[in-house]
Every structure is written in structure tokens, then in C-alpha cells.
Design a protein around this ligand. Structure first.
Ligand SMILES: [Ca+2]
Ligand SMILES: [Ca+2]
Length: 185
């Protein structure tokens, strides 16, 4: 009886080992070709919409945006981010609200990128605020799919459009691509 039990256990262990081996083989086989290479660049340009009338002037708000960020093989991050509300996308009665950022760090995931740097923010009328830290979360996609979300750090907390009053930052809502595209490669 005891021997029979031992044999059964041995067989079970063997079966487990076989399954493990098969799983490992599949993993190794799929691994190199199935796993996408770590993305190292993001490009975006177009118009975005907040799908909401943030300033209550009767039109849905959004921005014109353009950005490019690259992670070099040596691990440095270079990039530029621009977004503006002007012309047909006015905001808070301003003729222009322009964010021009130099990107200095980025975290790449397969379908999203979080990048940060410092920006000059221009209000017309209102003047220029220089060297304002910012963070953008971008997800890949075209109209209705891609998104960007901009946060200016340490300024304009609680100003119209800020989604998190009281945290010392100006966090605009998530914006969805209306025209154009955001691509991560
Ligand atoms: Ca509006
Ligand atoms: Ca805030």
C-alpha cells in the first residue's frame, strides 16, 4: 500500500515536472518574438478635447498639442512638449494660453508614456511664467483613442480647469485626441 502511494506520488511529481517543462518551453519559444521591444519614443500632434466646457463659456474646451520625446540608447531623455488653447480653442477668455516644455525625464510603458520637464507658460493677456515643472501622461492612439493629461506643478492650484483643488498643482482633465495621433514606438 505504502509503495503504491509512493509510486502515485512519483508519477504525480513527474507529471508536474513535464507540465512545468512544457510551460517553460512555450515561454522561451514565445518570449523573444512575442515580447514587444521596450518602447523608446513617443510622438504626438493634433487637437484634443476635454469633452467638457471647463470655463463655462458655452463651448467644449480642448488644446492644440505637439510633442516628441526620445529615450536614447545611453538612457538620456530628450524632448519637447507644446500645447496651447487659442484661436478656435480659447479658454478663460484668454487670447492665448501656451505651454512650451523641455522634457528631461520619461517612463515608457507599452501603451503609455509619462514624461516630465520644465515649461514656460504664456498667458495673453497675463505674461509669461518661466521654468514651471510639468508632467504629461500620454497614451497612444488616434481620434477617440489617444489621450494626454497635463499637470503643472506648484502653480495655479484651484484655477478653472484644475481637477484636484488643494494639491498645489494645476491638473487639467484627461484630454482625448480629436484629430491627429499619438504614437509610441
Ligand atoms: Ca469652454
Ligand atoms: Ca490642484
Amino acid at each position: 500500500m505504502k509503495n503504491k502511494l509512493t509510486v502515485q506520488r512519483l508519477r504525480f511529481a513527474l507529471r508536474c515536472a513535464r507540465h512545468l517543462f512544457a510551460a517553460a518551453a512555450i515561454f522561451l519559444w514565445v518570449g523573444p518574438s512575442g515580447a514587444a521591444a521596450q518602447p523608446s519614443s513617443v510622438n504626438g500632434g493634433g487637437n484634443g478635447t476635454f469633452n467638457a466646457d471647463l470655463d463655462g463659456d458655452g463651448d467644449i474646451d480642448g488644446t492644440h498639442f505637439g510633442f516628441a520625446v526620445v529615450l536614447t540608447p545611453k538612457g538620456a531623455v530628450n524632448g519637447h512638449f507644446t500645447c496651447q488653447m487659442a484661436g478656435n480653442m480659447d479658454f478663460l477668455g484668454l487670447k492665448l494660453m501656451l505651454v512650451e516644455g523641455q522634457v528631461s525625464s520619461a517612463f515608457f510603458a507599452p501603451t503609455s508614456v509619462t514624461f516630465s520637464g520644465t515649461a514656460d507658460v504664456t498667458f495673453e493677456p497675463g505674461g509669461v511664467f518661466t521654468d514651471i515643472p510639468f508632467t504629461v501622461i500620454a497614451t497612444a492612439g488616434g481620434p477617440g483613442a489617444g489621450t494626454i493629461q497635463l499637470t503643472l506643478i506648484g502653480v495655479f492650484d484651484g484655477v478653472t480647469g484644475d481637477t484636484i483643488p488643494g494639491d498645489n498643482n494645476y491638473s487639467l482633465p484627461v484630454e482625448t485626441v480629436l484629430s491627429g495621433n499619438i504614437s509610441i514606438k
